[in-house]
Write a protein of this length. Structure first.
Lengths: 377, 90
């Protein structure tokens, strides 16, 4: 039990006055409306229409923030496995988080509405295209500014492989970026910058993101021959063509990638407070599951590495493999192994565009090697 | 390719009387399907033997230190939570 217990009241949901008292008759439920409803054409009092509750669309809300850390005691005494349970307040959906230990980092603290909702862009009305009457037909006609004119001209000329979506991505993600400066492109050559990118791997072998490149290995398997074999090992055959990346290199590269800002380093329990005060556990992510909490607890109790006082963090790996057809026709197949991180929310991990799937290996096909002939090791 | 393996072929022919090519085992055998299943299982085991290399096992036991985006260094211990794959017997 924590040093002090916190009590939180369930926040008052802003209540819409749905149930007007029958005796109140014509009284308006909301003060913003006129005291007497206007009459209809038939001379009867008009009705107040309200949206049925099922059409109420509550915007999503991030979990409530962590309470501020308590002031450090003047006398620090080390007690083994002190439980410093931290509970957050409730958010509007009655959800709270309970950490067994105070987390050093809260990735949910900076969640924006675009992370919580599944719309791509806030819905807005497209402004009508103004009538071209009375305008000159000189550039930038029919566009608003010369910048848009130049961009649209580029988009609709040259290669036809530029899609509208990619063009929007270029404008919103690059040209409008705060740090974008056109002057940086003096003497720019895409080919040279690509070469620089390729060289990075070779030049920075010691960097944490380095050393996660692909290698090819040959594996050896034992096959029984059906003949008497005193060693009992059968025949060893070589299967070449296992393409794989070193697992540790992939883990390190993923942790320095920008996506790791959203990683949860500390597991927690999520609770929902029901209306009559009862608590209900919510199982929603790997890092809120009992398995993760148990693994974390075991790790915290594990002895520290010598001369290391760094925080110990469980990096949850989720591996996935299935053979995949590569084409609609024919039998081109690949057999990949993918890696996902359990520290990342499933709402990010499961998005195909989030780039959170890491390719670990492509397994060679046995059938292909049998038909071409496996050879002895 | 065949030429480079001919040496092994000759040696084995001389000493152990085993085939050089898996088809010599399989085609003559009525157990073709069972042997292929065996090969795939062996392959999967060997692939994981290759992937879970010494570096990974060391990191699993002793962790590895990375400086995170918030500037703090942490010691990460990889743990396997799920493994979803179809058994590659077919």
């Amino acid at each position: 039990v924590g040093p002090e217990s916190h009590h939180f009241d369930i926040p008052q949901v802003p209540e819409l006055n749905f149930d007007a008292e029958p005796s109140e008759g014509l009284r308006t439920p909301s003060p913003s409306r006129s005291p007497t409803p206007p009459l209809t054409n038939a001379g009867r009092p008009g009705r107040h229409y309200r949206l049925p509750k099922r059409y109420e669309d509550l915007p999503p809300e991030p979990p409530a923030p962590l309470p501020p850390p308590p002031p450090a005691p003047a006398l620090r005494r080390v007690i083994l496995h002190v439980r410093d349970t931290v509970r957050t307040a409730l958010n509007r959906f009655g959800l709270l988080r309970e950490y067994p230990r105070r987390p050093s980092y809260d990735p949910d603290a900076s969640l924006g509405s675009e992370d919580l909702a599944n719309w791509d862009a806030p819905p807005h009305c497209e402004p009508a295209i103004p009538n071209s009457e009375g305008l000159s037909f000189l550039p930038p006609w029919p566009f608003k500014t010369m910048s848009i004119y130049l961009f649209m001209e580029w988009l609709n000329s040259g290669s036809n492989l530029k899609s509208v979506g990619e063009a929007d991505r270029l404008v919103n993600g690059v040209l409008r970026h705060q740090e974008f400066k056109a002057s940086d492109f003096d003497g720019f050559s895409a080919r040279r910058e690509n070469r620089r990118f390729d060289q990075v791997e070779a030049d920075t072998a010691g960097a944490p993101f380095g050393g996660d490149g692909w290698t090819t290995s040959t594996v050896h398997i034992s096959v029984p021959t059906g003949q008497k074999d005193p060693t009992g090992t059968g025949c060893r055959f070589a299967i070449p063509g296992l393409h794989h990346r070193p697992l540790l290199g992939v883990l390190k590269a993923a942790l320095v990638d920008v996506a790791s800002k959203r990683f949860h380093f500390s597991p927690f329990k999520r609770f929902r407070i029901l209306s009559f005060g009862r608590e209900e556990r919510c199982y929603d992510e790997v890092y809120t599951s009992d398995a993760f909490l148990k693994a974390d607890d075991a790790l915290q109790k594990q002895k520290n590495e010598p001369n290391c006082t760094l925080e110990k963090v469980v990096l949850g790996l989720m591996l996935w493999s299935d053979s995949t057809h590569l084409a609609n026709f024919g039998n081109a197949k690949a057999w990949p192994i993918y890696l996902y991180f359990a520290n990342l929310s499933k709402y990010i991990r499961a998005k195909p565009t989030s780039g959170s799937s890491h390719h670990i290996a492509y397994i060679p096909s046995v059938s292909a090697w049998v038909s071409s002939g496996l050879f002895l090791y | 390719v065949l030429g480079s393996h001919l040496v092994y072929f000759c040696i084995d022919l001389a000493f152990r009387q085993v085939p050089d090519c898996i088809n010599d085992v399989i085609n003559k055998d009525s157990q073709r399907g069972a042997i292929l299943t065996h090969c795939r299982r062996e392959l999967m085991q060997e692939v994981w033997n290759t992937l879970l290399d010494g570096d990974f096992v060391a990191a699993y036991k002793h962790g590895f230190v990375i400086q995170c985006h918030d500037g703090q260094s942490r010691r990460f211990y990889p743990r396997l939570f799920t493994y979803s794959a179809d058994y590659p017997e077919k």
